[in-house]
Design a binder for this molecule. Structure first.
Ligand code: GLA
Length: 391
């Protein structure tokens, strides 16, 4: 029997039934992990800085069964791709294809930590849009590492799982990313944003509820897909490292807004703008956390706007579609908007009064149509629970 392809929303019992169909026995369990939206704090994580993401109610779910041998069989509901087979003895990032890089990368990273990883059968279902800047890859990795942490009895703490998934991304997938996304996915909580200090991984949950403030947070997926394994992300990271080296600090976290004038005299023009983005963005995260505590979400709009300008002009990681989404959101009623995630495509967020939601959606869709861009996917998000076992 062939079950219909999923749109990413299979219930646990349907996922278990599909697993049984595909692999001939029931899964041992089902684990889920969410994607994330970053409220503010972009490209600050790998500079030992501050970020304020939250887990969203869109998740990757994996049904898993450990095998008695070293064979790995991976199947997803993404499309008609069939089963991918690998072996735990010969995991190799350069040979792994498509989404299978993420589970295989996690298995490899656990082995690198000295954890014996068994063969397994795995079926993935996910409704985190791919390439939309909502961290679909980390959702998969965090669901898989949660499953393996339990099934192998490794007993890793959240902070250790964060580092293991970062290792998978950096050294198996080949994307030199930081620790923000997996921290949100593993450590997120309902109605809370995750204020993370990326230097020591300490977390403070900060209440972020839009509804009582009469607001919604719209995500505008531009459908411009991006990959952090392409050169843009790595080149920004290299500029930050160069900036820190020239300024004689361990990381740009150690540079304050008050140091920028002096930094301007020491750095070349482009490196200075990259540094200025990171330094001011760290400051905006701290201001956002403070304002959320004192005045609530209605007060953070100007910080979101400033963050977008900084990414557009100083860090240069926006694109025309993201700029249009932000600009039209603002002129049609949003109180603050910015691109979210690594950039070069993906999604923007727009903090919008409930009364203006319809107007913003329509205005953005019309502007995209006029510009000849693909129709954006626009939806609301609220902070949701982090990774967990479902069954
Ligand atoms: C991607 C990376 C994160 C972070 C953001 C930019 O999402 O995975 O580590 O660097 O880009 O803030």
């Amino acid at each position: 029997m062939t079950a219909p392809l999923s749109n990413g929303d299979l219930s646990s019992s349907d996922l278990a039934a599909r697993f049984q169909d595909a692999f001939g026995s029931a899964p041992e369990g089902i684990w889920q992990a969410p994607g994330r939206v970053n409220l503010i704090g972009e490209h600050t994580d790998y500079n030992d800085g501050f970020v304020l993401p939250f887990a969203i109610d869109r998740t990757a779910r994996v049904a898993v069964r450990v095998r008695p041998d070293s064979t790995v069989r991976l199947l997803s509901t993404y499309g008609d791709q069939g089963v991918t087979t690998a072996d735990t003895a010969t995991l190799d990032g350069s040979r792994a294809k498509g989404w299978t890089k993420y589970p295989l990368g996690v298995m490899w990273a656990l082995q690198e930590r000295g954890i014996a990883v068994p063969g397994l059968d795995l079926l993935l279902d996910s409704n985190v849009p791919l390439g939309a800047g909502l961290s679909s890859s980390h959702a998969i990795e965090c669901a898989v590492i949660s499953a393996l942490n339990e099934l192998t009895g490794a007993g890793l703490k959240d902070e250790e799982m964060v580092l293991a998934t970062q290792r998978a991304e950096n050294d198996f997938v080949g994307a030199p990313t930081g620790i923000m996304d997996q921290s949100a996915s593993l450590r997120g909580a309902k109605d809370q944003a995750v204020f993370l200090d990326c230097r020591d991984q300490s977390v403070r949950l900060v209440p972020f509820e839009t509804e009582p403030a009469g607001l919604v947070l719209l995500v505008i997926d531009t459908k411009v897909s991006h990959s952090h394994a392409d050169g843009g992300y790595a080149s920004r990271r290299a500029s930050c490292e160069l900036g820190a080296e020239v300024l004689g600090v361990k990381a740009l976290r150690d540079v304050g807004v008050e140091d920028l004038d002096e930094a301007g005299g020491l750095l070349d023009e482009v490196t200075f703008r990259r540094v200025r983005h990171v330094v001011t963005e760290n400051d905006r995260v701290l201001q956002t956390v403070e304002l959320l505590g004192t005045s609530g979400p209605g007060a953070i709009g100007p910080l979101l706007d400033a963050s977008h300008r900084s990414m557009r002009d100083d860090f240069e990681i926006s694109c025309p579609e993201l700029d249009l989404a932000v600009e039209i959101s603002r002129t049609s009623g949003a109180i603050g908007a910015r691109m979210t995630g690594g950039g070069f495509g993906g999604a923007a967020i727009a903090l919008t009064p409930v009364a203006a939601e319809r107007q913003v959606r329509t205005a953005v869709e019309q502007a995209f149509s006029r510009a000849g861009y693909r129709k954006p996917d626009i939806f609301t998000v609220t902070p949701a629970a982090g990774a967990m076992r479902l069954v």
